[in-house]
Write a new protein. Structure first.
Length: 293
């Protein structure tokens, strides 16, 4: 029997030959040379290679260390802060009791009540009503007083109700039991300056809360930063709102002091370590299943 002739490689190559690309002679090909003095290279994401300022490097390292290492309860309580309202379902949070509403926010916990919602914004709105006078306001007041005295009038001077600040002054007011509400910043550095303040407030039965952050507190009292603020009294028109704020703060800070002082923080490993741990757990689970079978 005669076999059919084999197909040659030439014929197959000719059959698969691609049509030639039509090149327009008007457009000349100019390949880029990326050497020294040549064309600029395409833009790349160099974020990883940026040399960040020392302050940024330190704060990032500090944040990572706080996540990795075990944080004692006395320091960990400063991560549970009163903050912006980000809604969370009551069923998702085991801390909620009664009409309280705790809201997780950026590693901290925000606090509110369902009846009249409390968050950091409502607290700061109240504090802004009692801002102390700045230099310009003080000068204006003294000029008016001097003019009144020059005209022979007796100007009635009534002590204004303002927010008290300064760590020593706030501590004195707490010890004298004159403070009605104490607001502490969560990011005081060194933290040893205020780490004892929640315990003192609890002992003196004064409502306290921890907020973000020291620069925000400082803006209320015309300073760059403030470690702690306190209110000794409020005007009659604000007493209803103030009492609701105190009630909510007591429920979520003073009454939970025992819970906070037992809860350690940190111990959160990185994504790579977590992936390795999960892989080991999967292997162990597989081996255990095989043994059972």
């Amino acid at each position: 029997m005669m076999q059919p002739p084999k197909k040659t490689g030439k014929a197959s190559a000719l059959s698969k030959k691609k049509p030639e690309k039509v090149v327009n002679p008007l457009f000349e090909k100019r390949p880029k040379q990326f050497g020294i003095g040549g064309a600029l290279p395409p833009k790349r994401d160099l974020h990883r290679f940026v040399k960040w300022p020392k302050a940024v490097q330190l704060q990032r390292k500090k944040r990572i260390l706080k996540q990795r290492l075990k944080v004692p309860p006395q320091l960990n309580q400063f991560t549970k802060t009163l903050d912006k309202n980000l809604g969370m379902n009551r069923n998702n949070n085991p801390f909620l009791t009664g009409s309280e509403l705790l809201i997780l926010y950026d590693g901290g916990i925000s606090v509110g009540i369902n009846d009249d919602y409390l968050d950091a914004t409502s607290l700061f709105k109240l504090l802004l009503k009692y801002r102390p006078e700045d230099k310009a306001e003080k000068k204006e007041r003294l000029v008016k007083r001097a003019q009144a005295e020059a005209e022979g009038k007796t100007a009635e001077t009534k002590k204004p109700i303002v927010v008290k600040y300064g760590l020593n002054h706030v501590t004195y007011l707490i010890e004298q039991n004159k403070a009605q509400l104490v607001v502490i910043a969560h990011d005081v550095d060194p933290i040893e300056l205020v780490v004892w303040l929640p315990a003192l407030c609890r002992k003196m039965e004064i409502p306290y809360c921890i907020v973000k952050g020291k620069s925000r507190l400082g803006s209320i009292v015309h300073q760059k930063t403030a470690a702690a603020l306190c209110l000794t009294t409020v005007k009659n028109e604000d007493k209803m709102e103030f009492s609701k704020i105190l009630e909510a703060i007591k429920a979520n800070f003073n009454d939970k002091f025992d819970e906070f002082r037992k809860k350690w923080g940190g111990g959160i490993m990185g994504s790579k370590s977590q992936a390795k741990t999960k892989a080991k757990e999967r292997v162990l689970a597989k081996e255990a299943a095989q043994r059972m079978n």
